[in-house]
Design a protein around this ligand. Structure first.
Ligand code: HEC
Ligand code: HEC
Length: 322
């Protein structure tokens, strides 16, 4: 391999002096645009290091003279977002939950706010579509343990269900009948409960279970097993089961009881978020009308709420979706 620089005749370009088997390497200069871009990048990089956070240090990093940080950026946009939503939160806070439906715009905004909060706080137990699973009720259907109107749902959320450290929590305690009844009696009860839901035909065993049911269960579940919302006692005569309607699940439920627990939210979420969550759950399909809507009050609250409906400072539903 020779090592001689010369000017290549064909191109007029200097060679670098390398040659392999007669093939020589030309020393073609970098294109000017490339060199200029390169120099600009170097200048930019120096500038960036001076103005912006750049170089990692042992426990921190150079902060840059502009004081910018992505964290600060995020905080600023969160603060802007919060102040944009503030009028909505104030309006929802000032409106009793039963009055939300009279103001479709505010109701819609509350539902969207609730939808966002549900994804953060509720999906772990109730599932992303609120469809529930074993032991966690489906919130889409119109089968309610404790009740499905706005105020009732709001109360359930505020105070939780069998929340051990809270006096106002929803409470009722189905006893573990395994401690009171014989396995045979429990078998009879299972047979009877399965007739209530039409899963099995009546038999002498289920007839014996009917008597046991009247004596032990009807107080909470009702004479016909249709449930009692004051006690959160489920309807046993439908095909919707919290813990399962097959023989094994029923035997388990009756022998040991279940007593599901939902945490209360009024110590973790603010009142407006809870109200919005209640509006969202209510909107899922099983929402019931408020029981206490006396016509006169209703008209009055519609009138007072429609003022808020026309208030341009209240963002539209789409604004609160996040
Ligand atoms: C730790 C699990 C858990 C979390 C988290 C949870 N729930 Fe529940 N929730 C339950 C259980 C369990 C029940 C049923 C309790 C019972 O047996 O009465 C329930 C019941 C309910 C009910 C009553 C349904 C009815 O039929 O009356 C509503 C409404 C509800 N949850 C809404 C929510 C909302 C909204 C959130 C989020 C803020 C939430 N839950 C978060 C476990 C949970
Ligand atoms: C003190 C009230 C009370 C009494 C008495 C009671 N239950 Fe219950 N029962 C409940 C409550 C409340 C629930 C649902 C909440 C939970 O346990 O999580 C329930 C749940 C059930 C379930 C589960 C339903 C489902 O959807 O999975 C079955 C089955 C049941 N009870 C059967 C009985 C039978 C049979 C008796 C009588 C031997 C009885 N219960 C007595 C309050 C009661």
């Amino acid at each position: 391999m020779a090592n001689k620089k010369r000017v290549d005749e064909a191109t007029g370009t200097q060679t670098v002096g390398h040659e392999w088997d007669g093939i020589e390497e030309l020393d073609t200069p970098m294109p000017r645009w490339w060199v200029i871009t390169f120099v600009l990048c170097v200048v930019w990089a120096f500038g960036y290091v001076i103005f912006y956070p750049a170089i990692p240090l042992a426990n921190s990093f150079t902060k840059g003279t502009l004081g910018w940080s992505s964290h600060g950026d995020l905080e600023a946009s969160l603060a802007a977002e919060n102040s944009r939503r503030a009028p909505l939160f104030k309006a929802v806070a000032a409106t009793p939950i039963e009055a939300l439906p009279a103001n479709p715009q505010m109701l819609q905004a509350a539902i969207e706010g609730g939808r966002a909060a549900f994804k953060v706080h509720c999906v772990q137990c109730h599932g992303s579509g609120a469809a529930g699973s074993k032991a966690y009720p489906n919130l889409n259907d119109d089968d309610w343990l404790w009740g499905g109107d706005l105020a009732t749902i709001e109360y359930t959320l505020q105070h939780g269900i069998r929340n051990p450290d809270h006096d106002e929590t929803r409470i009722s305690q189905m006893p573990a009948f395994g401690e009171m009844l014989t396995p045979r009696e429990i078998r009879q009860l299972v047979a009877y409960v399965r007739t209530l839901s039409g899963q099995a035909p009546a038999t002498p065993t289920s007839a014996a279970g009917a008597t046991l049911f009247a004596n032990n269960c009807a107080a909470c579940h009702g004479a016909e097993g249709k449930g009692n919302r004051d006690l959160g006692a489920p309807n046993l005569a439908d095909s919707i089961w919290l813990y399962g309607g097959d023989t094994a699940s029923l035997r388990q439920t009756i022998t040991y009881a279940r007593n599901g627990v939902m945490p209360r939210w009024n110590n973790r979420l603010d009142a407006v978020t809870i109200k919005m969550l209640a509006a969202y759950v209510h909107s899922l399909g099983g929402g019931e009308a408020s029981p206490t809507s006396e016509p006169a009050d209703g008209i009055e609250s519609v009138a007072s709420q429609s003022a808020a409906a026309n208030d341009p400072s209240i963002p539209k539903a789409a604004d609160v979706r996040s």
